[in-house]
Design a protein around this ligand. Sequence first.
Ligand code: PGA
Length: 244
Amino acid sequence: MRTPLVAANWKMNGSREFAEHFFADLDLEGVTSDVVVCPPFPYLPLVAQVAKDKGSIWVGGQNMSQEPVGAFTGEVSASMLLDWNARYVIVGHSERRSLYAETNELVAKKFVAAQLAGLIPILCVGETLEEREEGRTLEVVTAQIAAISDLIDTNAWKDAVVAYEPIWAIGTGKTATPEEAQSVHQFIRAQLGNIGAEVQILYGGSVKSANAGALFAQADIDGALVGGASLDAKEFAAICHAAI
Ligand code: PGA
């Protein structure tokens, strides 16, 4: 059985004060899924401390460099994330792909570097509205997955998480219907080969407590990568409770 996973992606939101209040308000009593919080880098120590004290959350990075060390101004390495007990790192988020020109090839290098260092990459894949309307969803997702599969042994997918995030559903309030999401999740799982049955595949894109239950009820949806709704402790906790 795959353990459900709910990951908070705070993006470039929050403050030190916000983070302190967030965890004071976050009631995960009775939650059985894995829970990850990916804050902006400066708040990693704070989240790491909460993770240590509460014991019910994991720490994750929102991005990392594909390089291990050196003259890369503004970058953060896998080992730096590990210094703050991070277990996960998001790679290939659509905002990184579109705003910072991250290609499938670069994302694949980050994925490999994360695993090499001992982090679990949360690989984001997904199509734009235009690609969906052109009927190219599966083609786009296939290329995003294939760029990784070209570099790794199939079994390495076991130490990774995939997040299907249709770009048209991110931050827009539009969610893919549970059936639309399920069909892409099923397709992705098949793409991963035999090991696919063991890989957590999350859905992302305007997930909130009101739609989480219906999404999580789908056979191949193992949890969520949550942006906007992860900034509200009560709302995020409700999503975590829905993941069973
Ligand atoms: P959203 O973001 O929940 O605000 O749509 C999801 C994401 O970008 O990971």
